[in-house]
Design a protein around this ligand. Structure first.
Ligand code: ADP
Ligand code: MG
Length: 266
């Protein structure tokens, strides 16, 4: 495959939406895999106690594996937990496991509780990567706030269904607060429409509403609903290696290419 342009500086992209099941993890894993397959060095930071991104990348994350919990709570250096994903060269993962479920509470009493991920990344040489993608849990708690403070860019996956826009106002308000007080460098750079069902008028309507509301930050590429995308994680793979010719893999590759060619926001 051809190489795509690589950013001059590491792009740290937070993938957030407090709604569950909208495709955050699927998007994190498959964009990361696509970018790595086109020559970029990529790190996925799994910030969800479910550890779904770790599972989908085929990375061990049982309770004894050093994980992002130890980084956030015990000050373990990131380099102690980052591992290579087995299938794709240049793709790495900072895994999460269920220990992280406690972190939401434990962080409350920590010093600089909103900035612990940022601090860990600053101490680690993140510039060795072209992209760091942070997969968030389905809430606007301290884990997601840490991801927003740690990122330069926010990517919001939006599922093309009736309630898609509900809750986005709350996410944007959180982003504005983080920008005002903790991370002025944060940009809502990308919106990706996911699980698009071309047979329904509703999906087309939602996609149009999102484009009218958010304009250019919405990628032209839309991710279709595809069984292959949902099967891949159970094989510990991204759909990019599980079934590279499937509609889902082609769409994620196209979306990743759009992001690479657009580059980081000004
Ligand atoms: P989130 O991380 O936002 O909770 P996930 O990425 O885990 O969402 O996706 C929710 C569910 O939908 C998962 O079972 C996933 O496999 C499935 N899924 C995600 N994207 C697609 C798609 N394009 N086609 C079919 N199933 C999908
Ligand atoms: Mg998830």
């Amino acid at each position: 495959d051809a190489e795509w342009p690589r950013p001059d500086r590491c792009r740290v992209i937070t993938i957030a939406n407090q709604k569950g099941g909208v495709g955050k993890t699927t998007t994190s894993v498959n964009l990361a895999a696509s970018l790595a397959m086109h020559g970029a060095k990529v790190l996925v930071v799994d910030l969800d106690p479910q550890g779904n991104a770790s599972t989908a990348l085929g990375v061990e994350h049982h309770a004894d594996v050093p994980s992002i919990y130890d980084v956030l709570i015990e000050d373990l250096p990131l380099q102690e937990i980052v591992v290579s994903a087995p299938d794709i060269p240049n793709l790495h993962c900072a895994p999460a496991n269920l220990n992280l479920a406690g972190a939401e509470i434990e962080l409350v009493s920590k010093v600089a509780r909103e900035s612990r991920l940022r601090r860990a990344m600053d101490r680690y040489d993140t510039e060795q990567f072209d992209y760091v993608l942070i997969d968030c849990p389905p809430s606007l708690g301290l884990l997601t706030v840490n991801a927003l403070v740690g990122g330069n860019e926010l990517l919001i996956p939006i599922q093309c269904e009736y309630y898609a826009l509900e809750g986005l106002g709350q996410l944007i308000r959180t982003v504005d607060l983080v920008k005002a007080h903790l991370n002025p460098g944060l940009n809502v750079s990308t919106i990706l429409l996911t699980m698009y069902d071309a047979r329904t008028r509703l999906a087309a309507q939602v996609a149009e509403d999102v484009r009218n509301h958010f304009g250019d930050v919405v990628l032209n590429t839309v991710i279709p609903r595809s069984v292959r995308v949902s099967e891949a994680p159970s094989y510990g793979q991204s759909v990019m290696t599980y079934d590279p010719g499937s509609s889902g893999a082609l769409a994620y590759s196209e979306a990743a290419s759009e992001m690479a060619f657009r580059g980081a926001p000004e």
